[in-house]
Write a protein that binds this ligand. Structure first.
Ligand code: 5GP
Length: 205
């Protein structure tokens, strides 16, 4: 109709957006805000064997399962990817979780470690956008991990050591965003996602 412009956004089926970072880079806050602002993103809830932290809910942040249950799922081939992120602590993405999100006509959004992100990219190629969030400095990463108060001395040391190794892997990912200022980093991530999904937008004049 003259004077009217309809813009229909068609969400592409079977796409993945993976946010990865060393633990302590602030990726979980970015993921939470993305979910608040972009309704067509569906969070991929991972399975983990680590203990539940205060405020976390089974089925929301994670599916908290036992090591036996996790191993049974590995044997049954139920994971798209999984990692022993810290000694004795397994984390993994269920194939059924990705299907659940796609069946809801949403784009799957992941908050996963660097190796898991790399594996999803290998599996899904151009259908998968990987964004690596880096802390502005090693000190800031250490401070964030300490201030979280979720770690004891041993797990803090493990997490720091791992984070330092992971920082070196940044160039492997499609996009890199430095999280010096949260709002700026968030806007950059959001723009990368919008651009990645743009080819699916259909403009009807
Ligand atoms: P946290 O224990 O702090 O929740 O998570 C520890 C690390 O495991 C984070 O880097 C988190 O992104 C990662 N992680 C969470 N779920 C998965 C998953 O399904 N697969 C992999 N490979 N890593 C995950």
């Amino acid at each position: 109709m003259a004077g009217h412009r309809f813009t229909r956004v068609v969400i592409p089926p079977r796409k993945l957006v993976v946010i990865t970072a060393p633990s302590g880079a602030g990726k979980t806050s970015i993921v939470k805000k993305l979910l608040e602002q972009i309704p067509y993103l569906g969070f991929s809830v991972s399975c983990t064997t680590r203990p539940r932290r205060e405020g976390e809910q089974h089925g929301r942040e994670y599916y908290f399962i036992s090591v036996d249950e996790f191993k049974r799922k590995i044997a049954a081939g139920e994971f798209a990817e999984y990692e022993e992120v810290y000694p004795g602590m397994f984390y993994g993405t269920l194939k059924s979780e990705i299907e659940r999100i796609w069946n809801n006509r949403k784009v799957a959004l992941f908050d996963i470690d660097v190796k898991g992100a790399h594996n999803l990219k290998k599996m899904y190629g151009d259908d998968c956008l990987t964004i690596f969030i880096s802390p502005p400095s090693r000190e800031s990463l250490e401070n964030r991990l300490r201030n979280r108060h979720t770690e004891n001395a041993k797990t803090l040391k493990q997490r720091l050591q791992r984070a330092i190794e992971e920082l070196a892997m940044a160039p492997q990912f499609d996009k890199q965003v430095v999280n010096a200022d949260f709002d700026t980093a968030f806007m950059r991530v959001k723009n990368h996602i919008t651009n990645f999904l743009k080819p699916a937008e259909t403009h009807i004049h």
